[in-house]
Design a protein around this ligand. Structure first.
Ligand SMILES: CC(C)(COP(=O)(O)OP(=O)(O)OC[C@H]1O[C@@H](n2cnc3c(N)ncnc32)[C@H](O)[C@@H]1OP(=O)(O)O)[C@@H](O)C(=O)NCCC(=O)NCCS
Length: 199
């Protein structure tokens, strides 16, 4: 494949209602069927506003990133799986009144991985969140026995690893009956906790 030509055809745009089904299918395949809900692609839940970006190469969907912003850190933490929430809160010296963001989901089509698209989407999502006022952005990065999938993409987008939550999705996967694509049900994967802070 001619990587350069495809890069020139890359677009990263806000997700529109017409993109929703395609983005859900991408997330279902990459992160597990039903793991990302439609409201978490674009919507408003309990004071948290979700939005997404889609990446296309020559018009074809190759990736997506979904993120959330809220005026308080605790509103963001309320959407984090319960087992990880306390650990994440303990890592944050910021007061609860800090406008905060969450990088909620990120996926690149397998055939397009390893060419910097995940990094580009992470950076674009981070910039959208910072423009929306977030001073602190969290990401719970999926870590299975192959490693932390998004570590390189998050680091390149300016996030720093702050710690790890073991079995972060264990309860969540049982409650929602959602098998992990990597380890099944219940999910025993860890979450590496990444943080970006505004200067
Ligand atoms: C994680 C993901 C979004 C990265 O997208 P990408 O376009 O391949 O990312 P980039 O090309 O910008 O960066 C590739 C990096 O990801 C790393 N990576 C991808 N899958 C990995 C895995 N399973 N374990 C460890 N590292 C992994 C590559 O080794 C590479 O690392 P490097 O930059 O340090 O060399 C993509 O692999 C993906 O969609 N994976 C499945 C879904 C997923 O895990 N989403 C993240 C949830 S937090």
């Amino acid at each position: 494949m001619d990587g350069h030509r495809h890069w020139r055809a890359l677009t990263i745009e806000p997700c529109l209602p017409a993109d929703l089904e395609e983005v859900l299918s991408l997330y279902d395949a990459a992160l597990g069927q039903g793991y990302v809900r439609p409201v978490e692609i674009s919507g408003d839940r309990a004071g948290v506003v979700f939005d997404s970006l889609v990446a296309r190469l020559a018009g074809q969907l190759v990736g997506a990133a979904s993120y959330a912003v809220a005026p308080l850190t605790d509103l963001i933490l309320a959407g984090v799986p319960a087992l990880a929430r306390r650990q994440v809160r303990d890592l944050l010296p910021e007061p609860d009144a800090t406008p905060s963001g969450l990088l909620h989901a990120l996926a690149i089509e397998p055939a397009a991985q390893g060419r910097g698209l995940g990094s580009a989407l992470c950076l674009a999502a981070r910039e959208c969140l910072a423009s929306a006022g977030a001073r602190l952005i969290l990401a719970l990065a999926w870590t299975d026995d192959t490693g932390c999938h998004a570590a390189g993409a998050l680091s390149r987008a300016g996030f720093e690893r702050a710690g790890q939550a073991e079995r972060a999705w264990y309860e969540d996967s049982l409650e929602r009956g959602l098998p992990c694509p990597s380890c099944g049900l219940p999910c025993t994967c860890a979450a590496d906790i990444y943080v970006w802070r505004a200067d």
